[in-house]
Design a protein around this ligand. Structure first.
Ligand code: NAD
Length: 735
């Protein structure tokens, strides 16, 4: 079925309407591109056509390129993927450049046909790059419309001319937030930036497009870069002002990405090199850098985890298929503290009726006030209307009365982390709730199977583990106890889908998955302080691996008293097998000195009176003097990276994780595992199992048994296999 439709009106204006069948948003496929190109040929070749409007049959213009296609492009390009990708991209450039030149004489710049983009709403990625190739862009005054080039956020860059046209149009400085941060903007903002030409009431969109076509002169069709004497706005690289800007941009990008994201570096290279050559050569340069990004394993890993598999998990890839729709209608939240209040908010926002229970009415009301606070913030930023606020708040009933739980189909308890308190509320709730209600615990450390023993229906008992702050953290870890049944899993997954978060489903083991991996990362960093490794080296090494926070900063953020509490409880549970005494010494010392981290304005870092972090605390050197001879950066980096990665592999080996896709998506969303790598399993595939085992052998010999390569990793190394090759979906084998 056609994705683009062509219609010629009596007034000589041809309209090409993008309307991909059975999709709510247009995305570009290669078939679509061929259709568009053919329609443009028809319009340009037909003397009856005076001008062309490119618009959409949907409420938005387009969401971009189909990333599934991009992900497969390399694999389908045969023996020489780079060549295949480059040719594919150049085909795209050719089609867009044809629109831009619109049949004009290349010398005289005369005789072209005006082509105008009329956008009813959002236009992202190639959905915005196509309009950028047109001669005029008109956007409907649609409050929901967002325009921009978000490719960088999934590890790509705008490679359909965006990286070349945007800075050539508005200069590198103004282009930076659009290209390098992927920031989507309102039509009004884009007009202010000079990237679009008109914002008109939605009902006038086509009329305005026709009016522009009838008034367009030859000169209106010639892009600045196709005019004689064109000057790069703000200066090209060899101009003094441009030179400063490009140098600054390079530093900024490196500071933000630590040099680990190939797309950011390549984007800047494409802009820089493109700026010193003619436009058509610049497009070729852009295509080459884009090809480089597409053929970098990191990009494949990022697209796979941050887009394909994240979406697959959100759509229920691991949901028990035989269970019918389990969407939640009425939710009971027990405990209106930090987590309970957050869970109530995200649920009420999704339109779910919530009963929010705490021990006192005051505490329950305070929990509801948390939602009010977030919504008020939204109103201030003009993201939320007062009506929306009222509607969300009306969904939350704060109370102390367990009787109000009648009719709930899901309960989530978030009371104190104490098995006795949790058992108490489980019993109290079960006296009231319907027989088929599912009961979930938000515990972060207590085994679900033992909490389930307080329930009369353990097959309906499950863990739904949120991360803090609930309204910002998108991962939800669903934990199956030994007796948890498939309906409870389906219920948890359908609930997570309702609140638009990303779920992973794991089995019940100490610390489940995310905390199990992040705790060793923190401990390794703290242990190194004790060993006399310079704290700055530890923190930098972590950042250079791509972790958003070094282990010491992360400890300050999550608080040292919490770390001490977890350490004590874990030691009590594990007895002699407990491995972290050395690291604990550091934590306990800071704890004893009242340095709990950010919340006490002192921890591994020092803070000023306003709570701003001002650098690593000098006192660390007194307690744990740095060794004269420091380890190599590479060793510190690999210790911090491997200690979490190996824990992920062990979690998979022991079936805590059932699916490596969940391991990778969960690691990036749950604790920020170096997103450039696509997650721990993806990282091991990029390294290659053989090299990974080599690193483990070295670390084990030098730093201890915790770095011993797991059997599974050794086996993959021996057989020359990868995690995705062996355990991933058939089409995701090659990263
Ligand atoms: P919190 O202390 O902020 O809130 C607990 C709330 O439970 C309090 O308001 C308390 O009054 C209420 N409560 C206690 N006993 C009750 C009872 N019998 N009936 C009704 N209400 C009762 O704690 P929190 O940080 O929100 O943590 C709650 C749970 O979530 C814990 O199990 C914790 O391990 C887990 N968790 C916490 C985090 C985190 O970052 N804080 C993250 C994930 C999971």
């Amino acid at each position: 079925m056609a994705e683009f439709h062509y219609k010629l009106d009596d007034d000589g204006i041809a309209t090409i309407t993008w309307d991909v069948p059975e999709k709510s948003m247009n995305v570009l496929s290669f078939d679509g591109l061929r259709e568009l190109d053919a329609h443009v040929d028809t319009a340009l070749g037909d003397d009856a056509v005076k001008g062309v409007i490119i618009t959409s049959g949907k409420k938005d213009f387009a969401g971009g390129m189909d990333l599934n296609i991009l992900a497969r492009m390399g694999a389908e390009a045969g023996d020489n993927p780079a060549e295949g990708i480059f040719n594919g991209i150049m085909q795209l450039h050719g089609a867009l450049r044809k629109i831009e030149l619109a049949g004009m004489d290349r010398k005289t710049k005369k005789g072209g046909k005006p082509i105008v983009a009329a956008l009813p709403g959002t236009a992202a990625g190639i959905g915005f790059e196509l309009p950028l190739a047109c001669h005029h862009i008109i956007v409907a005054d649609n409050p929901k419309a967002k325009l921009g080039l978000p490719e960088i956020l999934v590890g790509l860059f705008p490679g359909a001319g965006g990286a070349t046209r945007v800075p050539r149009k508005i200069g590198l400085m103004a282009a930076a937030p659009i290209l390098m941060e992927g920031r989507m903007q309102s039509p009004a903002k884009m007009k202010g930036l000079g990237l679009i030409d008109e914002v008109v009431p939605a009902e006038n969109l086509i009329a305005a497009a026709k009016a522009w076509i009838s008034s367009a002169k030859d000169a209106d069709l010639v892009k600045p870069w196709d005019q004689k004497g064109y000057k790069y706005p703000g200066g090209a690289p060899y101009h003094p002002a441009g030179f400063q800007m490009f140098v600054g941009a390079n530093v900024m990008i490196h500071g933000k990405t630590q040099g680990v994201y190939p797309a950011a570096k390549s984007l800047l290279a494409a802009i820089y090199e493109g700026a010193i050559v003619p436009f058509d050569t610049a497009l070729k340069v852009e295509a080459r850098w884009f090809t480089k990004v597409m053929t970098t394993p990191s990009t494949a890993g990022m697209i796979r985890s941050l887009f394909l598999n994240k979406q697959a998990l959100e759509k229920g890839a691991v949901r028990p298929k035989e269970i019918d729709d389990q969407r939640v209608k009425k939710l009971g939240v027990l405990g209106a503290g930090m987590m309970g209040a957050g869970i109530a908010y995200v649920s009420a926002l999704a339109g779910i009726e919530v009963v929010l229970i705490d021990a006192t009415q005051e505490a329950a009301e305070r929990g509801k006030a948390h939602s009010e606070g977030i919504l008020d913030g939204g109103i201030k930023r003009k993201k939320v209307t007062p009506e929306k606020k009222e509607a969300v708040l009306a969904n939350i009933t704060p109370t102390t009365d367990y009787g109000a739980l009648k009719g709930c189909d899901l309960i989530i308890e978030a009371v104190f982390e104490d098995p006795k308190v949790k058992a108490g509320v489980t019993k109290q709730a079960e006296e009231v709730i319907p027989a088929d209600c599912i009961f979930a615990s938000n515990t972060s450390t207590l085994p679900i199977s033992s909490l389930a023993s307080a329930s009369t229906r353990p097959e309906q008992f499950i863990g739904i583990h949120f991360f803090s702050p609930v309204h910002k953290m998108n991962l939800v870890e669903i934990i199956k106890g030994h007796k948890t049944g498939p309906r409870a899993v389906a219920k948890a997954l359908d609930f997570v889908r309702q609140i638009r978060k990303t779920p992973i489903v794991v089995n019940d083991e100490r610390f489940f998955y995310a905390n199990r991996c992040i705790i060793p990362y923190i401990n390794e960093g703290v242990l190194m302080v004790k060993e006399g490794v310079r704290p700055a080296l530890i923190e930098h090494a972590a950042r250079l691996f791509g972790m958003p926070l070094g282990p010491l900063q992360l400890t300050d953020e999550t608080s040292i008293d919490l770390g001490v509490k977890i350490a004590k409880a874990t030691k009590a549970a594990m007895g002699n097998a407990y491995p972290n005494d050395a690291a604990d010494e550091v934590m306990f010392k800071l704890f004893d000195e009242g340095r709990y981290g950010r919340k006490t304005n002192g921890g591994f870092y020092a803070y000023d009176d306003k709570g701003k972090r001002i650098g690593l605390w000098q006192g660390l050197a007194q307690h744990w003097p740095p060794k004269a001879e420091q380890p190599s950066l590479e060793d510190v980096k690999m210790r911090l990276a491997m200690v979490q990665t190996l824990e992920a592999v062990r979690a998979f080996e022991t079936h805590v994780l059932e699916d490596i896709r969940e391991g990778d998506v969960g690691a990036i969303l749950g604790w920020g595992f170096a997103p450039w790598s696509g997650g721990p399993f993806s990282w091991l595939d990029i390294l290659g199992a053989k090299q990974a085992v080599g690193i483990c052998d070295h670390l084990e010999k030098t730093y201890g048994a915790r770095f011993a390569a797991p059997d599974l990793l050794r086996e993959l190394a021996a057989k020359g296999e990868t995690f995705y090759g062996r355990f991933g979906p058939a089409d995701q084998a090659a990263a």
